[in-house]
Design a protein around this ligand. Structure first.
Ligand code: AMP
Length: 279
């Protein structure tokens, strides 16, 4: 596996691998786990796979969250190599954000609703860095986790609007055996908070059953909030039930698929989870 740290290196590597076929891309912030590996596996439909590791400062709301983000480069590289990744791209912040950098990319509605309200600037930071990585690498296809439900929609919207020549694929959420969605942030949970965190999937599973039994969106949202409130270590951030394409809030008894999105904080660790349900 080749390791590139500069834009010139990765561009040369991609130009070379193109002679051997198409390129699949997986963008990560490192601290890799089985969820990331599922994306790599999906990208391995292409003869060449590029994985990026870049902890993107512009998508963090505050310096302490950015500084405490886990960084495990050696283990990450071993996992990528083991998974058969062709090339890892690990740029510095200065490589991605040149001196005087002032350009942003924003899906102006989608970035500023739902989870965007509790994380101002987050989706703008994601859209900006992913645009930069798409422009640098020029992959044929890119793979993103459905766990980050609104992020996936932001990226699909941005690619549509900017006519970016890359196919976007969503990959189902990979979970721990107790149902907690895998996340690089999980290692920051105290043992007590780790035991409490499966309340997220419990509330999503209960919500799924309620919608399928004919309950309304409003009743289901109240039930999720009550389930999260029953766990004293969890603080509910947001719960939304939305149209999976437009992200408009669903109401009443939905007559098609809806996405349920939850965020909750345990200690100082914010976790998100989602489930798509067809009532
Ligand atoms: P991150 O390193 O957290 O920025 O995530 C990089 C990519 O991995 C994103 O597309 C995430 O949605 C995806 N991802 C993170 N956790 C999971 C998971 N548990 N299952 C599937 N994909 C995931």
């Amino acid at each position: 596996m080749q390791i590139c740290r500069t834009i010139a290196e990765i561009r040369a590597a991609v130009a070379h691998m193109r002679t051997a076929g198409t390129v699949g891309l997986v963008t990560t912030m490192g601290a890799l786990h089985a969820g990331h590996m599922a994306l790599i596996k999906a990208a391995s439909a292409h003869p060449n796979v590029v994985a990026t590791i870049f902890v993107n400062p512009s998508q963090f709301g505050n310096a302490s969250d950015l500084n405490s983000y886990p960084r495990t480069e050696d283990t990450d590289l071993a996992m990528l190599k083991q998974a058969g990744v062709t090339t890892a791209f690990i740029p510095s912040v200065g490589e991605i954000y040149p001196d005087g950098d002032e350009t942003i990319v924003e899906t102006t509605n989608l970035a500023n609703m739902l989870h965007g309200l509790t994380r101002p600037g987050h989706y703008r930071g994601v859209a900006t860095v992913v645009t930069k990585l798409f422009n640098i690498i020029g992959a044929d296809a890119a793979y993103f986790g459905e766990k980050d439900y609104q992020q996936l929609a932001v990226i699909r919207t941005m690619v549509r609007d900017l006519h970016t020549p890359v196919a976007i694929h969503g990959v189902p959420t990979v979970r721990e055996t107790d149902g907690l969605a895998m996340s690089s942030r999980n290692v920051r949970l105290t043992p007590a908070d780790r035991s409490a965190a499966p309340i997220l999937i419990a509330s999503l599973t209960a919500a799924d059953a309620l919608l399928k039994s004919g309950e309304t969106v409003e009743t289901t949202i109240d039930a999720i909030a009550a389930t999260i409130a029953s766990q004293p270590l969890a603080r509910l951030g947001a719960v939304d039930i939305v149209d999976p394409i437009t992200f408009a809030p669903a109401t009443g008894k939905p007559n098609g698929p809806v996405g349920i999105m939850i965020s909750a904080t345990f200690g100082d660790v914010m976790l998100i989870d989602q489930k798509e349900v067809t009532p």
